[in-house]
Design a protein around this ligand. Structure first.
Ligand SMILES: *Cc1c(COP(=O)(O)O)cnc(C)c1O
Length: 391
């Protein structure tokens, strides 16, 4: 396996030591000029770029990717569709991505059609477009933390203020506290992540409805992990008909195993989709991306079969960790938050020294591990037992 720097293979103690820390932003160049010397926006000064480490490790369980690569049959079909598209690349793509949006609407069901679905380059771009329309300077977005770190980052980049509200010790949203904070602070955008990253916990529909009833602006339910939820856990898609200011975002990066293709989407009232046209760049979604995403949707059954396996592996992992005395948050996602470590940094490093990269994220004392293949999970379990014995 090779990482972004193309470092292949041999894993040694030295490699582990060399890759010790989460990569810090490089803010000086060889001639000594740093970005701080440039006339950048005042509100961007001192910020760090998003930086989940991309290290060349034998077992990478840190970014919630799907470990199952596209099958040979899917890869061949993708290549054939891209070859068809290639002969038309002198032309701009379908600006409205109509065919893809129709396919996404068909996949989601719930009576949705093209007019109520929008797509962009990853759900991060979808979130950015939402904040460009509904947030911005002098406006505020609210989130319930710990949650997805990109929500406050994208808010900041779009000049939107950030109003965090803490979750309960069990990682739930306290509805009374949430509605009180919304009534008092009147946020223009409210982010609800369900299943939540990094905790894995999902929200009852009743909580989303109570929040939507008092929120003066838009309510975004980030459902990046929707396909991994346990039996009986509902999706906020069913609330859309009654709530014209509710937006549900999804992605093909996780369940569909297409993180490299960059395709995210949303479902909402058609008026919301119309409003997003004001900020989307013309031709933002390349013809290649549109063709790749539509082809992956044709293979939904195959791809979601692997999701079933990952959900089982997840439930096995949760039970295994609990049986060994770890605290584990309920998970409806393809990762598990567990703890509590007196020194989680040392535990994270101990795992990395054994070639297993997980994520140091969430509340102090907790770590997040992505569910991988059975082989990756047994490597994780073995390394964790060694680390725990040494602590
Ligand atoms: C991974 C993730 C996303 C996905 O982002 P993409 O840009 O679609 O890859 C969105 N929201 C949450 C909460 C995530 O964890």
């Amino acid at each position: 396996m090779s990482g972004p720097e193309g470092r292949a293979g041999v894993w040694t103690e030295e490699t582990a030591a060399a890759q010790k820390t989460e990569s810090a932003p490089k803010n000086t160049t060889t001639d000594g000029v740093s970005m701080e010397d440039l006339p950048i926006r005042d509100d961007l000064r001192g910020r760090s770029p998003y930086g989940a480490p991309q290290l060349a490790v034998p077992v990478a369980l840190n970014t919630n990717e799907n470990p199952y690569a596209p099958s040979g049959r899917l890869a061949e079909t993708l290549a054939a569709r891209v070859a068809e598209v290639a002969t038309g690349l002198n032309r701009y793509p379908d600006r409205d991505a109509v065919r893809l949006r129709a396919a996404l609407a068909g996949y989601l069901g719930h009576g949705l059609d093209t007019s109520g679905v929008w797509a962009a380059n990853g759900s991060n771009e979808v979130l950015q477009q939402i904040l460009q329309v509904f947030g911005g300077h002098g406006r505020t977005a609210m989130g319930f933390e710990p949650s997805y770190s990109m929500h406050p980052i994208i808010a900041g980049v779009t000049g939107t203020g950030w109003a965090p509200v803490p979750r309960t010790p069990g990682f739930d949203i306290d509805v009374e506290a949430a509605t009180e904070a919304i009534v008092r602070q009147q946020p223009h955008v409210v982010f609800l992540t369900s299943p939540n990253n990094p905790t894995g916990t999902s929200l009852p529909l009743e909580v989303i409805e109570r929040i939507a009833a008092v929120a003066p602006g838009v309510v975004v339910v980030d459902e990046a992990y929707a396909e991994f939820r346990r039996e009986g856990t509902p999706s906020a898609l069913s609330l859309l008909p009654a709530h014209p200011r509710l937006i549900v975002t999804r992605t093909m990066s996780k369940a569909f195993a297409m993180a490299g293709a960059r395709l995210g989407y949303l479902a909402a009232h058609p008026a919301v989709v119309d409003a997003l046209q004001l900020v989307r760049l013309p031709y933002h979604l390349s013809a290649v991306t549109q063709a790749v995403a539509a082809t992956a949707l044709d293979f939904a059954d195959e791809l979601l079969g692997a999701v079933k396996q990952l959900r089982e592996e997840r439930d096995t992992l949760v039970a295994w960790l609990r049986a060994r005395g770890f605290a584990v948050a309920d998970s409806d996602a393809n990762f598990v938050l567990f703890g509590e470590f007196a020194d989680r940094g040392a535990a994270w490093q101990g795992l990395l020294d054994r070639g297993v990269l997980i994520r140091e994220v969430g509340p102090p004392g907790w770590l997040r591990v992505t569910v991988g293949t059975p082989e990756e999970m047994s490597a994780f379990r073995e390394a964790l037992l060694q680390v725990a014995a040494g602590q």
